[in-house]
Design a protein around this ligand. Structure first.
Ligand code: 5AD
Ligand code: SF4
Length: 476
């Protein structure tokens, strides 16, 4: 039983490494047979942040499943509680601290349960230390770079009863073959690369997710086939900057080529991707979308700011003119193109004049929807050291102005779709009004009357009405 000698990851190839982790999963399973509170060991995994985190949690769930765990929707009955955290903005971090603090009561009532915190926040030293020191009832803290040895870490904490803290463990490798327990049955996430090399001056991601590395195209394509063959209808390829896919690989591949290869897999499905960086969004990529059979007519292309002065300070490596060139090329080539973007309001040193450039860009492009954020300083990033004289209330006013402009644009765009017939994927039932919640290829929500048995199927709807950014439709 005593296998306290932990093997160095660098000593192991991928298969041996996974076998080693499987060994720990077996040990966890044996221990949990004795320690579980109910019939089977239960886990509650709460995921914050982006789809990459969702995909990471699906791997943790895959590993826990292998150790015999089932999953619950709340922490009260769980034997294992894990928060997978996001570091992109301060607000999300504050919520995590609040929510972890609230677990103290459960731990007091059931001391045998284990509480763990992982993810991007835990790759920031000052945050991970604050978490570890403030909450003695948190037994396991690990960062994104330790995900693949989660079984070993969990076992160590479980077996020894001692707290485990592991971060800053980037070996720059990719571990293939970690089991995945997917949350959805028809919408699937498929990571194609990890990390980011762009160092936008406001962004913490390169510091917490490490350098860019791409999965081999054969591994990605084989996972895509698996998803399609098991009935997934809406597959999103994930990466912080999918456009630089392939860098450092020993094969002649670009993101556009990879997308084209996956698109050749036969089946009835949509293929999406996020996120694209405008600096290397190629015409080849736009052409691939335009000629693709399964590729959705949706392009999420974050521009962050409409002001060239601010784009430079953000280290984005494109200007407004270049961004608009790509957008106009895409609009010309892809009929019914739906464009979305991320925007930051109130970057350090941004003036109202700069902000007006953002508003004018939004008006010019006419995005379907926007993900808008007020700038949040991140410790360790260059922007956090820049002068930021604009008060929060002022930024908040700009933000409201942005929302109002976008609402008007989205309403106009949606109204222009009334009368059209759209292929839609039925996703869920909206509990508030009992309508089917569906999405079109452009990722716009369409609400219809219909039977919930249709969830997970493609249908055709005629758009009958537009309410702001939501469409109402009638199934045909
Ligand atoms: N403050 C506000 N928004 C940010 N984003 C990234 N870092 C920050 C920050 N420090 C936004 C960007 C990015 C999205 C995922 O989050 O718009 O595209
Ligand atoms: Fe952050 Fe920029 Fe990388 Fe996106 S491209 S993850 S905004 S550093």
């Amino acid at each position: 039983m005593d296998r306290s000698v932990t093997l160095e990851k660098s000593d192991l190839n991928n298969t041996n490494f996974l076998e080693n982790q499987d060994y720990y999963l077996n040990l966890i399973s044996e221990l949990m047979n004795i320690r579980k509170r109910g019939e089977v060991p239960l886990a509650y995994i709460h995921t914050y942040g982006c789809q990459q985190n969702v995909a990471d949690s699906e791997k943790i769930k895959g590993m826990l499943s292998k150790a015999g765990f089932e999953f619950v929707d709340g922490p009260d009955d769980a034997d294992f509680i894990l928060f997978n955290t996001c570091a992109v903005r301060e607000h999300a971090e504050d919520r995590v601290f609040g929510n972890v603090g609230a677990l103290k009561k459960i731990k007091k009532k059931h001391p045998q349960i284990m509480i763990a915190v992982c993810g991007c926040m835990m790759e920031q030293k000052h945050i991970a230390e604050r978490m570890y020191n403030s909450f003695p009832f948190v037994s396991l803290v690990f960062g994104t770079h330790s995900l693949q040895n989660f079984p070993e870490l969990y076992y160590r904490a479980l077996f020894s009863g001692k707290r485990v803290y592991e971060r800053d463990n980037d070996d720059k490798k990719i571990y293939e073959g970690i089991p995945i327990k997917r949350d959805g049955t028809f919408k699937g996430w498929l990571p194609i690369m990890y990390g980011c090399d762009n160092f936008c001056t406001y962004c913490i991601v390169p510091y917490v997710r490490g350098r860019e590395r791409s999965r081999k195209s054969a591994d990605v394509i084989s996972e895509a086939k698996e998803l399609i063959n098991s009935g997934y209808k809406d597959i999103t390829l994930l990466g912080q900057n999918v456009n630089s896919y392939g860098k450092g690989l020993d094969e002649d591949i670009t993101f556009a080529k990879l997308l084209g290869e996956i698109d050749k897999i036969p089946g009835d499905y949509w293929l999406r991707f996020m996120t694209s960086h405008p600096k290397d969004c190629s015409k080849e990529l736009i052409d691939t979308i335009a000629s693709g059979e399964h590729i959705s007519t949706h392009l999420h292309l974050p521009f962050q700011s409409g002001s060239d002065r601010i784009l430079k300070k953000m280290n984005r490596h494109y200007d407004r003119k270049k961004y608009l060139e790509i957008i106009n090329y895409a609009k010309e080539k892809i009929p019914n193109l739906s464009l979305t973007s991320d925007i930051i309001v109130g970057f350090p040193g941004e003036t109202y004049e700069d902000f007006k450039e953002t508003l004018s860009l939004i008006r010019e492009v006419e995005f379907t929807s926007l993900f808008t954020f007020i700038y949040s300083p991140r410790v360790g990033t260059p922007a956090a050291k820049m002068d930021d004289p604009i008060p929060a209330e002022e930024k908040s006013k700009w933000f409201q102005e942005l929302l109002a402009v976008q609402e008007e644009i989205a309403a106009k765009r949606c109204a222009s779709m009334v009368g059209k017939k759209e292929k839609i994927l039925v996703e869920s039932v909206n509990k508030k009004n009992n309508k089917l919640q569906c999405r079109n290829s452009g990722n716009i929500i369409v609400e219809c009357d219909g039977d919930e048995n249709l969830i997970g199927t493609f249908q055709t709807a005629e758009i009958t009405e537009a309410r702001n950014w939501i469409l109402k439709g009638k199934l045909i």
